[in-house]
Design a protein around this ligand. Structure first.
Ligand code: ATP
Ligand code: MG
Length: 180
């Protein structure tokens, strides 16, 4: 008798820093979910937080991902990935921490290159409205007081408000020389 866990269940893999998760990421996740039953989502730079480029912790980003995926038909396994700062080792590092996956979904040239060099199939993804759906621009809006909430899924707005994310970003961006 064949046991359930011996059934081949090919998983996809998608990695990002998700600082924060935005509508572009959600569109990608939905696209992968249309093709795959199971997905591994890597949280890149998991060890980074409380900085202008990486304001949110791995746990906070985990919340953004799992809540956004609640109404998406896919079984997702979210894995925090600390930086190793050695690109040649990075795919081995990823594999050492994640459940098995057979295909990488990416539109990042470095991620694509590194996985292809380690003989992993890469499916190239399109960019969705990259003018607006870009983490850097969204963090700049948070700092300058411009509206940003329409650029991220509703559960992400809640996750950010829950930790006073905008206040945190402004505090870590503040120049401490101003206090001298
Ligand atoms: P940052 O400006 O902070 O780098 P980002 O928007 O590039 O933020 P990342 O977390 O770096 O977000 O991206 C994770 C992955 O999602 C990358 O491969 C990136 O190319 C991809 N991605 C980012 N924005 C979009 C988008 N609008 N549409 C599709 N894919 C995107
Ligand atoms: Mg990026």
């Amino acid at each position: 008798m064949q046991r359930a866990h011996t059934v081949h269940m090919p998983r996809g893999f998608y990695v990002g820093r998700f600082q924060p998760l935005h509508e572009g990421h959600e569109a990608v996740l939905r696209e992968i979910a249309a093709e795959r039953n199971e997905l591994v989502v890597g949280i890149g730079s998991a060890d980074k937080s409380h900085s202008v480029d990486n304001p949110f912790t791995a746990g906070e980003r985990h919340v953004m991902i799992t809540r956004t995926l609640e109404d998406v038909d896919v079984d997702a396994y979210v894995v925090p990935l600390v930086d190793v700062d050695r690109n040649a080792l990075w795919t081995s590092h990823v594999r050492s921490l994640c459940p098995p996956f057979d295909t990488v979904y990416s539109n990042n040239p470095l991620v694509t290159r590194l996985f292809e060099e380690s003989d992993t199939e890469v499916n190239e993804l399109p960019m969705f409205n990259r003018q607006e759906y870009e983490g850097t621009g969204i963090r700049e809006r948070m700092l300058s007081g411009d509206p940003w909430e329409h650029l991220v899924p509703d559960p992400v707005v809640e996750a950010i408000e829950e930790v006073d994310g905008v206040g945190r970003l402004r505090d870590v961006a503040a120049d401490d020389e101003a206090e001298d």
